[in-house]
Design a protein around this ligand. Structure first.
Ligand code: ARG
Length: 565
């Protein structure tokens, strides 16, 4: 808001002397010199065939002569070779902060028009324990969901369970061969049977074929296999739901590969009517390559030669179902980057078939590595399940400080979540990142505990203090206060960029910057011992506003605040 209206004013001032369309105001990286700067001097000089120094001097003069100069600016200065440094008046800075305080969502504008999103994240697989990769989609997806909603849009979160693939056939094979009764199909049994079968199938082609056969029969409707699949799903799902509850991640829909099966015949008919399916080496495929592709995009396999349907088939059937029910404007998938080709094929095939006209986005993420730069392993040296990762994080956090042992389970859980979530969310999701529990469990540095600790500390300072709104003034007393206030004013821009790019790391970075500035402000201003009650009142007010923002931002990242640390 501050940037927009100032850009307008500055553009209109400069338009009086030069032929310009729009002036860009950017936050300065020299906060010791000014708040914002205009970097367009060279451009204007070039376009008007003039000397940049003359242009810069003229712009400075024109702004200084602006009738409302004092209202908006504290200082405006041309600096060679081509920058206009701008410092805002205390008045306008505070006015903008007041605007934030007095408006819902701190003045953030809703998306216009409001649109509907389907967000596909989580994607756990029935009967297989969730692994570290599933942590990333849960954490990133949940944050993207909250950001989209916060901008006033509709968003439907679908977990899209993997519940009808080969892993189920393998577990059914184990149940039958182990002669397990229904009530013996427990979580412990699944946790033992799946890895055992998966290893056996890698060695033994015959058993693998049998498992594939079972899977195929189940998909074709075999009653007994589907009954067993129901039991496996029920057992596995209660564990999965429990894990998501621990992570404070939630879904509106619990649709799955299996629930999409009933739409396959309709999609197949549409494809056939349009002549899009053709045979290739016994399989039925859809061509999705384009002339403009820089590398080869192979056809999407719709049905294998043994008549089985695949991952892409159920994804297309799901897309058909979603379009019929919700007409989403956007469909976003959050998975690891190894699925990029899969989604490219599915998106193209679906648009070609005309089963949707949505805008597809695949938000892919990289691998979680350990401090050695290789895929993350536990202290025992194996790739951990998600539960193992959380419990190891908990142990390390507790071992950091004696007092931590006495914290409530609920608080510890919230801090563990903050550790894993903030470690992940501060990265550009497309990149791999290094999860060093020891580092991320610290209360200093760019970590979840640091952010939470800052919030709680400020809360303690302002807790019993009353703010007298009648004696608030528009004065800014020093640089620490000014830096913090300027940062607070970035709120809307940060959320808008996070929303537009679907990148929660913008919010994580901003949260951290705010915490650093508010800590510096507090350390350099001895608020509690001030004699000047007006100043003290202003500063308590500023701290309370900062904490309100921190709380809102933490909520967008689904990081909950413990009662104490
Ligand atoms: N179950 C898949 C996996 O574990 C992820 C599912 C993603 N969503 C989708 N619609 N394909 O990799």
């Amino acid at each position: 808001m501050i940037l927009d209206s100032l850009e307008e004013i500055l553009t209109s001032i400069i338009k009086n002397i030069y032929d310009v369309n729009h002036i860009n105001l950017v936050l300065t990286n020299r906060s010791d010199l000014c708040d914002y700067q205009i970097n367009d001097v060279f451009k204007i000089a070039k376009e008007n065939k003039l000397n940049p120094i003359i242009v810069g001097e003229n712009i400075e003069k024109a702004i200084r002569e602006y009738p409302n100069y004092d209202k908006y600016f504290k200082n405006v200065e041309f600096v060679k070779p081509g920058f206009i440094n701008i410092s805002l008046s205390d008045n306008i800075l505070n006015e903008n902060l007041n605007y934030m305080v007095n408006n819902p969502k701190f003045g953030l504008k809703n998306s216009d028009p409001k649109v509907t999103f389907i967000l596909d994240y989580g994607g756990p697989n029935i009967a297989k324990p969730l692994h570290v990769g599933h942590l990333r989609t849960a954490i990133i997806g949940e944050a993207i969901k909250r950001i989209i909603k916060y901008k006033g849009n509709d968003v439907i979160a679908d977990v899209h369970l993997g519940d009808y693939g080969l892993q189920i056939g393998e577990v059914i094979y184990a149940i039958l061969n182990d002669h397990k009764k229904d009530e013996e199909i427990t979580l412990d049994y699944l946790n033992e049977a799946y890895p055992r079968m998966s290893a056996i199938c890698k060695e033994n082609e015959d058993i693998k074929k049998e498992c594939e056969e079972i899977t195929k029969k189940m998909q074709d409707g075999d009653l007994e296999y589907n009954r067993l699949c129901d039991i496996i799903t029920e057992v596995s799902l209660s564990d999965i739901k429990d894990l998501y509850k621990t992570l404070d991640v939630s879904f509106d829909l619990w649709e799955s590969e299996r629930s999409a099966y009933k739409y396959i015949p309709t999609v197949e008919e549409i494809l056939n009517n349009k002549g899009l399916l053709h045979e290739s080496e016994g399989a039925m495929v859809i061509d999705v390559a384009c002339d403009t592709d820089s590398k080869e995009i192979p056809p999407m396999i719709f049905q294998k030669s043994n008549k089985a349907y695949l991952y892409g088939t159920t994804d297309m059937a799901t897309i058909y179902d979603r379009e019929q029910k919700y007409h989403p404007d956007y469909m976003i998938y959050v998975t690891d980057d190894r699925q990029s080709m899969h989604f490219k094929q599915v998106f193209r095939a679906s648009l070609k078939a005309g089963i949707t006209d949505t805008t597809f986005e695949h938000k892919s993420y990289g691998t979680v590595n350990g401090p050695d730069g290789k895929p993350f392993k536990t202290r025992a040296g194996k790739a951990p399940s998600l539960r193992e990762l959380l419990s190891e994080t908990k142990d390390i956090f507790i071992s950091k400080k004696e007092d931590n042992v006495n914290m409530s389970d609920d608080d510890i859980n919230k801090i563990v979540n903050s550790i894993v979530k903030f470690a992940d969310l501060q990265n550009n999701m497309a990149n791999d990142y290094i999860f060093d529990i020891n580092k991320f469990a610290n209360t200093s540095g760019k970590t979840g505990p640091y952010i939470l600790y800052t919030y709680l500390r400020i809360n303690k300072i302002i807790k019993d203090k009353d703010i007298d709104m009648n004696i608030l003034t528009n004065e800014i007393y020093n640089k620490y206060e000014r830096d913090l206030k300027l940062k607070l004013l970035e709120y809307q821009n940060v959320i808008d960029s996070a929303f537009m790019n679907r990148m929660p790391n913008y919010i994580a970075d901003y949260l951290y910057d705010l915490c650093v500035l508010v800590n510096t402000f507090y350390q350099n201003n001895h608020i509690n011992s001030l004699d000047d009650t007006i100043k003290q009142n202003n500063w308590i007010y500023l701290l309370s506003l900062t904490n309100k923002l921190l709380k809102e931002l933490l909520n967008l990242l689904a990081i909950e605040i413990p009662t104490e640390m």
